[in-house]
Design a protein. Sequence first.
Lengths: 524, 306
Amino acid sequence: MAAEGQPANSLLLAVGQLTKLFGTFAACDGINLDIRPGEIHALLGENGAGKSTLVKMLFGVLAPSSGQIVWQGQPVRIASPSAARKLGIGMVFQHFSLFEALTVAENIALSMDPGVSLARIAKEASDLSHAYGLPLDPHAHVADLSVGERQRIEIVRALLQNPKLIILDEPTSVLTPQEADRLFETLNKLKAEGRSVLYISHRLEEVQRICDRATVLRHGKVTGACDPRQETPSSLARMMVGSDVAHVSAEGTSSKGAIKLEARHLSATARTPFAVALKNICLKVHAGEVLAIAGVAGNGQGELFDALSGEYPVASDDVILISDKPVGTRGINARRLMGAGFVPEERHGHAAVSALSLSDNLILARSQSDRRAFLGGGPLGLIRQDAVKKASKRISAAMDVRKSGENPPAGSLSGGNLQKFIVGRELDRQPTVLIVNQPTWGVDAGAASRIRQALVDLAKSGSAVLVISQDLDEIFEVATEIAVISEGKLSDIYPASDLSREKIGLLMGGMYGKTETAETAHAH
Amino acid sequence: MGIFEAMLLTIITAATPLVLAAIGELVTERSGVLNLGVEGMMVMGAACGFIATQATGSPYIGILAGIAAGALFSLLFGFLTLTLVANQVATGLALTILGLGVSSMIAEPYLGQSGIKLPQIVFPVLSDIPFLGPVLFKQDLIFYLSIALVAGVNWFLFKSRAGLKLRSVGDSHASAHALGINVIRTRYLAVMFGGASAGLAGAQLSLVYTPQWAENMSAGRGWIALALVVFASWRPWRIVAGGYLFGAVSISQLYAQAFGIGIPSQLLSALPYLATIIVLILISHNRRMTLINTPASLGKSFVPDR
């Protein structure tokens, strides 16, 4: 909030009524934020709360629609990242922009003044990195370095510009706990030197541990400014996810049937440096249930979907069961043949081929599971275009897919309409198990409610539905049971009516255990 | 002059155009552009170099003409692939076919004429060193240029800031663009350097190797140069090693015939490609080698902010 009791010119940065519009959508809506010299300031919020948009404006990547930025008492317009660097603002991005084929020193040199020799840069980088407890070999190739070491390069690169303010975007999301501890020591050193840090995170424990003040964002607006050490995790969580708890109507929920989908101690190693390992995940979905898995992006949702759908089968058969049959090592088509349906997160390029028509996309997904309906000619497997087109028409009608022409390419549909078609493509088979990742991500409100209704209806008709989502409103609308995934671990499964947003927020921040004891009193 | 010395001299003559064309293509590929038109640029350099030499009587003007022809021809490739964002593979192949056709057409009147051989430049004292002297210091200008170019490219790529920028463009054009490096301009310059080098390699063929004009006289050397870049895993000095190895193989065909050794010449001419395939297998087995040496953006078109 505006500087209370602080003269404006003693602030390092004061942001007033900063707004960013994308079309009519306000990603940031009248944000006030002030940062004092020598403090670690947390920017808290869920995905889509507007944190990234805000810092992109501060670093000159995006231009604000309105509002002002005051830097050391002077109103400024930050036109580009290099203008931000000149002012003394450094930034460490969540996903690094490093050149793998080049050495550490070469990577740093590319963003430095061309007058400085490579040897000097290497020496300065090495000295600086050791001084801050982030040792780096300047002659190592980036390709050989761990994710934590790569982050160090970004930090050292920012520090070499001698910034007054360093912005870190979710820095610990890619670090091991040990690497994170080391980072915190460095941040405290920076603070001791009088530099300020803007620390973006959704992890409550970290924020309480290292941050002096916090600004909380929700739906593009500031919902709180506080000293995180004076707050409880649950009060922070309430600011982060909102206190208006929408209760789910339990009316008409069918009685629980048999277990249709089960994971027994499912673990999987991370396939890439940015992936999350799954750790001992246990879940059961009964017929008639909608289990929603909440969580902040990048905590293993995609990996869990890949394992359950069979896109990346796991090593042993009996950790995943569909209708009581072990399927862990089987591929997608084998699981589809057992009555399962899958809707992955990415519409374009994953769930659908943009350049192909809707009917072609239909046959791609269901050529094996509905072979008899769509393919003729025995072993030749000729596509029965009439049947496919008829089914595609049926799906479009059932899900109210609005499109130009009879059978347009998938890429020509709007996001919401394509998503309706993709979900409808699975629903059309009446799957006994449906697994959906982010069913309404980036979809307009009308299409979203259509899809959610369809998921609820499917469960009512006796199927088991698993929804992975980051949208709490959606989760409370569709779920009968809720679990939270954090860092590849799944929480216990709770009946939806027993959970508050606040408690989900705590679970998302990885605050296990504590939720069961002291915080339950607040939660109800 | 012993037989071994004579063999070495012919190997140098055979290897020089390979080294030149490959070092140019190496720079092009390090910037992330795959130009498969080396053969076409080379044969254009051979034709224009020969024509200019015949017209002026000076093989040095012929050298300049060859360089200019290769550079101009590569500019066409650059315009199509960098400005118009055409597919690099298809455009490169078309460039080769076009080069073979155009060179045959413009140099047709010169068929069968005997040309002027590029004179040797003899270094006074050094050339008297036994054995090594005549091999290394009694050569033509293009040979000296080929070695100087490799050394220069090695220094440029790994020691200079401009070379660092060029490598960064080849590794990740999006990140380079974000850092404010002009990706398209860098690639234009790299493509033209590749064209000029291929043109010089062509001029060597029609002014040194066989001082006359014959249709398709590049005879597949452009393709060997392309293979050589991969064989050298995009490192300049390995181009020299590989170029002389491939040159020796091609010369050994002639010697094998002369001495009546019964190795099929087809097998020998396939050897450079076999060697390249083996190197490719070795590289792709070693993830680190691949990441560090292979330009990650190779062959990918760059369109800023679409």
